[in-house]
Ligand binder design. Sequence first.
Ligand SMILES: N[C@@H](CCC(=O)N[C@@H](CS)C(=O)NCC(=O)O)C(=O)O
Length: 240
Amino acid sequence: MIDVYYWTTPNGHKITIFLEETGLKYNIIPVNIGKGEQFKADFLAISPNNRIPAIVDQEPAGGGKPISVFESGAILLYLADKTGKFIAKDLRGRTAAIEWLFWQMGGLGPMAGQNNHFNVYAPEKIPYAMDRYRNEVNRLFGVMNKRLADHPYLAGEYSIADMASYPWIVPWERQGQNIADFPHLKRWFEAIKARPAVVRAYEWSPKINPGQGGIRTAEERAILFGQTAKSVERAAGAAR
Ligand SMILES: N[C@@H](CCC(=O)N[C@@H](CS)C(=O)NCC(=O)O)C(=O)O
């Protein structure tokens, strides 16, 4: 059984997609990041970066104590190695999957996050920041489109690299992009969207977070966008 510390965001969807694809048994533990639950002591103990997702594998390979993992890329790699699925076994295929997984983790995810922040959430509209991140996401969409022109999936076969990237393409309109400009990316996107496991993974959203639609209240904004080193210190102090 895998405990999944989850919220209904792109990084959360990556993990439920993998779990649905493999049929591993899992138990969702919602962490409402708009309410500050990412600062609870029991969550920080497994996810010291106060971000979802995180997992606890109650039955790690070889037995012994449960293993916790934070960072969505590390979780996907851990689960792929555990199950032997969605990462190629040969050196070249495995390297390609890791390469594109890290590309998502270091590029597409953070840039799309900042794009969303400056274009959707920022109370002050700063054209330089808005253009910078929208353009960077546009460049990354182009990189993906080029790769997918001659590969069915990012690493050749469908893999954890695709599961990491797909949830960040879902909100392409909100990202200020037009998917029709990227035909190979669009083909890939439609193929993944139609997978029954992906459909099931996204069915958690309305159950866990009904009425979701972005961060709205001033309180939520303060929790999510007002964080400094003191936020974690305060949470740790409150738990003592
Ligand atoms: N690099 C991290 C990023 C995780 C992340 O940014 N999670 C967001 C939701 S998508 C979160 O937990 N935000 C809570 C907060 O900002 O306090 C990963 O891939 O796991």
